[in-house]
Design a protein around this ligand. Structure first.
Ligand code: TMP
Length: 206
């Protein structure tokens, strides 16, 4: 069976981590579309050496400028694909990643031209589906504050507004290029959002 690769995207606070967990559980069930699936959940930045370096930098514990980040994220992506994603896809699994190259096109285009970031990411395998969890910035800020202090340099309201606009441009570029992208309303309860996500995923998997 061919593996499937699904990326979940969205602003910090849009609920990606919760939705990945719910989606993974649903795809493991006997009645799952095209399944049941063996599911491999993962995330970027990855747990590999470059991913760890990125998390140090985002948390302010490692002094690396915004100009370095697009290269690090691309290097981490290559490592993540080789080490984790490609082997799982080759084994026929459903691979769900919390963030992928659309995040680079959105977040890193705050400090570098979008075309440059897109070029750095042009050779990576396209996901079978990218689900964008669409939630207004105010709601994201509310959720971020609820879980504690902002954790990294991208989690302030002003920056989230810029990233929201950048996601718009990034996803339009990827859709033009032929990527399959589903915009999902991420307001409401986790179960309500999950139902909307499943609708899109089912269309892709069955
Ligand atoms: P997260 O674990 O909260 O998703 O944190 C990852 C942070 O890294 C998040 O603020 C988005 C950011 N990021 C980028 O800037 N570029 C990327 O390519 C990826 C994957 C994440």
């Amino acid at each position: 069976m061919r593996g499937r690769f699904i990326a979940i995207e969205g602003l910090d606070g849009s609920g990606g981590t919760t939705q990945i967990a719910l989606l993974a559980e649903a795809l493991r069930q006997p009645g799952a579309p095209g399944g049941p699936w063996t599911v491999h959940t993962t995330a970027e930045p990855s747990t590999g050496p470059i991913g760890r370096m990125i998390r140090e930098a985002l948390g302010g514990r490692l002094d690396l400028g915004d100009g370095v980040l697009p290269y690090l994220f691309a290097a981490d992506r290559q490592d993540h694909l080789e080490r984790e994603v490609e082997p799982a896809l080759a084994a026929g699994h459903a691979v769900l990643t919390d963030r992928y190259y659309a995040s680079s096109l959105a977040y890193q285009s705050l400090a570098a031209p979008l075309g440059f970031v897109a070029g750095l990411n042009a050779r990576f395998r396209a996901p079978d589906l990218t689900v964008f969890l669409d939630l207004p910035v105010e709601a994201c800020v509310e959720r971020i504050l609820k879980r504690g202090a902002p954790r990294d340099r991208f989690e302030t309201e002003g920056t989230l507004r810029e990233i929201s606009a950048a996601y718009g441009a990034a996803l339009a570029l990827l859709a033009d290029r032929g990527d399959r992208i589903a915009h999902v309303d991420a307001s409401g309860t986790p179960a309500q959002v999950h139902a909307r996500v499943m609708e899109q995923v089912a269309a892709c998997l069955s």
